[in-house]
Design a binder for this molecule. Structure first.
Ligand SMILES: [Zn+2]
Length: 401
């Protein structure tokens, strides 16, 4: 059955009309308030296969295990999609978080949105998350995936993308891309094409502002992705930033905000930095830990500086400051590492990262007594740590065994 492309007026709010008049993307009827929507036969088939892919992803072990954060992200999505109840039926938008350092996000045609921990860790407040979700859900509501799949990519091109993605992202990315179709993989890598990306930005910006979020944070979000790419000295794992024309998109977001109705701008002031840090801090810590191991010191430094300002009393922030300084070992770093580890341990005597780091630092400084004490405390705090055997061996050789 073909659906009726006529848009029925009524429940559409002022801002929704405004955003649709701005959206210059391809002419398809979007799913949303005011549209009675019935998917096409072949579109329904795509949804069914995407739902199967999504289910596979969810049981693949690749999800980041933090239900509270996932629920929080879904709350933000519900807030920007408004109180229209069933307005977006038959879409069932839902956010999931994938444990992957790639700075990326993608939406599936039936409404599932996947955020990588890499992108969640780069954002700094709820308004930025709202922009990202607004952008992604627009790919679903405006049926960009449907149009994309229609274009029938040849398999060799898609495979080339998958191999590039796998090469830069390691085994997890290989598993991820294996679980995704070629069209969605390609869309996740290079976006849906310029006009659809612009449409997603415009509508996303309107959705977040309508929900009361400060719309200037939209451009800030894209800018942060861009600077993350510049700071990523190893390069290659920041897909979102490599979407075409990222600079143009920052600029268009900046130009769109002053054109918004003033009665809307007056109310759209919510940033939500505290709420974001409250829920995302563990993830940001995890990302910083990963960045230190990967030698991405500039990215780790920037995140730590934010946490030191916003959450100055967290044991794990001190422990990771210690790690960054110990591993980076620039002028003054070693002293700062020691004092940071001690602050972490003062706040949490079982702060395992700090105990291990301080132990190895003391060992390097020739202070065997302190080294032994801290490494023993580390093993007591985390007996099943992946390097526990190595640490036990170190302690034995210290004891002259
Ligand atoms: Zn996009």
């Amino acid at each position: 059955m073909r659906h009726d492309p006529k848009v029925t007026k009524g429940v559409m709010s002022l801002i929704a009309c405004w955003s649709l008049s701005l959206a210059c993307g391809p002419k398809v009827t979007p799913i949303g308030p005011g549209n009675i929507y019935e998917p096409e036969e072949d579109e329904r088939r795509i949804w069914v296969s995407m739902e199967a892919m999504s289910a596979k992803l969810q049981s693949s072990g690749l999800l980041y295990k933090d239900k509270r954060l996932e629920e929080y992200a879904n709350g933000v999505l519900r807030r920007i999609m408004g109180e229209h109840g069933n307005a977006y039926v038959p879409l069932k938008p839902r956010v999931y978080i994938l444990d992957s350092p790639i700075v990326n996000a993608f939406a599936m045609p039936h409404g599932d949105i996947y955020l990588h921990t890499g992108i969640v860790g780069r954002m700094r407040n709820e308004a930025q998350l709202a922009m990202l979700l607004g952008h992604e859900i627009t790919h679903a509501t405006h049926r960009h995936g449907y149009q994309k799949t229609e274009q029938a990519y040849d398999a060799s091109g898609a495979l080339a993308y998958i191999s590039v993605l796998s090469a830069v992202g390691g085994e997890n990315v290989f598993k991820l891309t294996n679980n995704l179709g070629s069209a969605i993989t390609r869309a996740a890598i290079e976006g849906y094409g310029r006009s659809r990306e612009e449409q997603a930005d415009e509508v996303g910006l309107a959705l977040m502002a309508q929900a009361g979020y400060l719309p200037s944070e939209g451009a800030v979000m894209f800018k942060r992705m861009e600077t993350a790419a510049a700071a990523d000295v190893k390069g290659g794992v920041l897909l979102y930033a490599s979407h075409p024309k990222m600079k143009d998109r920052v600029r268009s977001c900046e130009q769109l905000v002053p054109r918004m109705p003033s009665e809307l701008l007056e109310k759209a002031t919510d940033i939500g930095q505290d709420r974001y840090l409250d829920v995302a801090i563990a993830l940001i810590h995890d990302e910083v830990e990963r960045q230190i191991v990967q030698g991405k010191f500039a990215l780790a430094e920037e995140s730590l500086a934010t946490l030191e300002r916003g959450r100055p009393d967290e044991a794990r922030t001190f422990a990771l400051r210690g790690e960054l300084c110990r591993v980076r070992a620039k002028d003054g770093d070693i002293e700062l590492a020691e004092s940071s580890y001690k602050k972490a341990i003062a706040r949490n005597p079982r702060a395992s990262v700090a105990l291990r780091g301080l132990g190895f630092l003391m060992l390097k400084n020739g202070n065997e007594t302190e080294a032994r004490k801290n490494l023993e405390s580390y093993l007591a705090a985390d007996p099943n740590a992946s390097d526990a055997d190595y640490v036990r061996q170190t302690l034995k050789s210290l004891a002259g065994e």
